[in-house]
Design a protein around this ligand. Structure first.
Ligand code: ADP
Ligand code: MG
Length: 343
């Protein structure tokens, strides 16, 4: 059986602001096996970044706080670690890269100095050895002219090259888990494809696991083995990627899949691209019980707020595992037994 690297259970991260409580992550369960890529997908504002920052224990406190749940990494409870131990894990075992590398790089130091600094910090190497390793890391991420690039400043590099620098920095301490939060969103499609290919290659070569966050189902198809679909601060569906694309069960997942452009169909104009009508729920203040997607769900009966025509196989307890001879699938929200007064 695949070995669990990270296990997140019942995670709740709230922000206590003057305008009220923001339930940014509201009961998230997810896991990552050693060496696999888990995709986390959902529209903007569904709690993906806050989930990642919670795992890294980088939630700004105040106003934020992890109020409930457990995060277990390699058998260790991350939420119970003292700050010094957590700092060691961050960077040495779990690294994170962000959407916009320009904001994570310091404009007044060369990229070489910045990567070397990270290496020196984690590996205790001398200045010279650290710079040699820096050049080596830039070659691993396929940076052309690595020897010259180390002497350049972030603004002298293109967006794609800056993202390669960030990846090199994140990999410099050989993490077991790389968290990539929308790593290609700020890049154009050709460069995006190159970066995704690089992540796939590095994962195969270095054997690390990747938690890849994106709002783009296309990115999931290119990289992940398994996927968690997030909506309204919760995971609403979890499945192997092949199964999810073949048979999405949650109406929200179906909506996301219908909104991916397909070049083959676009050419013949047979495909109608559908955006999901409505907007993601605000996570501020009280949240109605029941399925959070109900206000936008095409299957909801207009007045009752409950599903009208869901295929039989969807119907079951919420959070049920519907095996049907394949690997277990988890969906949350859809329920066959409306409780009076809900949602
Ligand atoms: P995603 O990454 O899926 O786009 P986020 O995880 O960034 O979404 O945000 C989830 C929710 O948490 C949003 O409603 C966002 O406004 C809120 N949030 C994130 N950071 C803060 C913060 N520092 N203070 C208050 N609310 C926040
Ligand atoms: Mg985000």
């Amino acid at each position: 059986m695949a070995e669990r690297l990270l296990d997140v259970k019942g995670l709740k991260t709230y922000f206590f602001t003057d305008e009220g409580v923001v339930r940014a992550v509201d009961g998230v369960d997810l896991y990552i096996n050693k060496g696999e890529t888990l995709g986390v997908v959902g529209e903007s504002g569904s709690g993906k970044s806050v989930t990642a920052l919670s795992i890294m224990r980088l939630i700004p406190t105040p106003p934020g706080r992890i109020v409930e749940g457990t995060i277990t990494y390699s058998g260790k409870s991350l939420l119970d670690l003292p700050p010094a131990k957590m700092r060691k894990i961050r960077g040495k075992e779990i690294s994170m890269i962000f959407q916009e590398p320009m904001t994570s790089l310091n404009p007044v130091f060369t990229v070489g100095e910045q990567i070397a600094e990270a290496i020196r910090l984690h590996e205790g190497l001398g200045r010279r050895d650290a710079m040699d390793k820096t050049v080596e890391m830039l070659k691993i991420v396929h940076m052309a002219n690595a020897e010259r690039r180390v002497k350049e400043y972030p603004h002298q590099l293109s967006g794609g090259m800056r993202q390669r620098v960030m990846i090199a920095m994140a990999l410099s301490c050989s993490p077991n888990l790389l968290i990539a939060d929308e790593p290609t969103t700020a890049l154009d499609v050709t460069i995006q494809a190159q970066i995704l290919e690089l992540l796939n290659e590095l994962k195969a070569k270095l054997g690390m696991a990747i938690l890849l966050i994106t709002h783009d189902m296309g990115v999931i198809a290119e990289t992940a083995q398994r996927v968690d679909v997030m909506y309204g601060a919760q995971v609403v569906e979890e499945a192997a990627v092949t199964e999810l694309f073949k048979e999405p069960l949650h109406p929200y997942t179906q909506g996301l899949l219908r909104s991916i452009p397909r070049i083959d169909l676009a050419a013949t104009k047979k495909q109608k691209l559908e955006a999901i009508p409505g907007t993601v729920p605000t996570l501020r203040g009280d949240i109605k019980p029941g399925c959070r997607f109900a206000p936008r769900c095409p299957f909801v009966m207009q007045d009752s707020g409950w599903p009208s025509s869901l295929p039989q196989r969807w119907l079951g307890d919420s959070n049920s595992r519907s095996g049907r001879g394949r690997s277990a699938r988890i969906i949350r929200g859809c329920s066959s037994t409306p409780t009076p007064g809900r949602p």
